[in-house]
Write a protein that binds this ligand. Structure first.
Ligand code: ADP
Ligand code: MG
Length: 241
């Protein structure tokens, strides 16, 4: 487990003409589940990508578990990211997809890797899919596999980028519950990005609301709902005015 600290994190694009992430500071405690919410284009994914090491900040620092990882390569950060589009390897089986991350992140031998994949697949209810190719799976099954691939690595931090937005409403609701249960069980620090207010209000210990690259407010869903610090936040979370 690990804390995640963003220290005046900034990302500019187009030679500074676009400030995608505008000096965001945020501390996520060990084992905490923080939901980052805000309208499309407000800088959520860019923030997550900088934590994962997939994007280099223009300025500011990222700390994971007390270590400054700003200049550490993505592959050497102990984080697992789950994407909206699943990002499974299309020509690998489910087992190979799940084992691949383990091969990259641990020294486990093949038998030990397979045993871990079996264990995680059973936990996710996808043990019957291990020999399938991603193209044979439904959207919900693909997302289950993507989650399983993240979980099997036992990372210090989970990063979720709108993982449920391609699923229908019913499946979304059940996966939501499942992600919360997993996080309760595993106690892994998690940062969950969504543009869905309902998801944000129901899933996280704490909410971080972004707008135009700026972190507008952080707090428990209840605090943010009852005492929004701006018209934007009040409107976004549907506070009574
Ligand atoms: P969100 O995930 O909240 O929808 P993003 O972090 O994807 O927002 O994008 C924030 C802003 O940065 C948007 O205006 C987007 O167009 C821009 N942006 C993101 N990635 C790039 C990039 N690689 N090059 C140029 N602009 C980008
Ligand atoms: Mg995004």
């Amino acid at each position: 487990m690990a804390t995640v600290t963003l220290d005046v994190l900034r990302k500019e694009f187009n030679s500074g003409r676009l400030v995608a992430v505008d000096d965001v500071s945020l501390e996520v405690a060990n084992g905490e589940f923080v939901t980052v919410v805000g309208p499309s284009g407000c800088g959520k994914s860019t923030t997550l990508r900088m934590i994962a090491g997939l994007e280099q900040p223009t300025s500011g620092r990222v700390h994971i578990g007390g270590e400054d990882v700003t200049d550490v390569h993505a592959r050497r950060r102990d984080v697992a990211m789950v994407f909206q589009n699943y990002a499974l390897y299309p020509h690998k089986t489910v087992r190979q997809n799940m084992a691949f991350g383990l091969r990259m992140s641990t020294d486990l031998g093949k038998d030990a890797r397979n045993a871990k994949v079996d264990e995680t697949a059973a936990m996710m209810g996808i043990e019957g899919l291990l020999d399938d190719q991603p193209s044979e799976l439904s959207g919900g099954q693909k997302q289950r596999v993507a989650l399983g691939r993240a979980i099997v690595r036992e990372p210090d931090v989970f990063l979720f980028d709108e993982p449920l937005s391609n699923l229908d409403a019913k499946l979304r609701a059940s996966m939501r519950t499942e992600i919360q249960r997993l996080q309760d069980e595993l106690g892994t620090t998690a940062i969950y990005v969504t543009h869905d207010q309902e998801e944000a209000m129901t899933m996280g210990d704490r909410l971080a609301i972004m707008n135009g690259g700026v972190l507008q407010q952080t707090g428990t869903p209840k605090d943010v709902y009852t005492t929004p610090n701006s018209e934007f936040v009040g409107g976004f979370v549907g506070s009574p005015s």
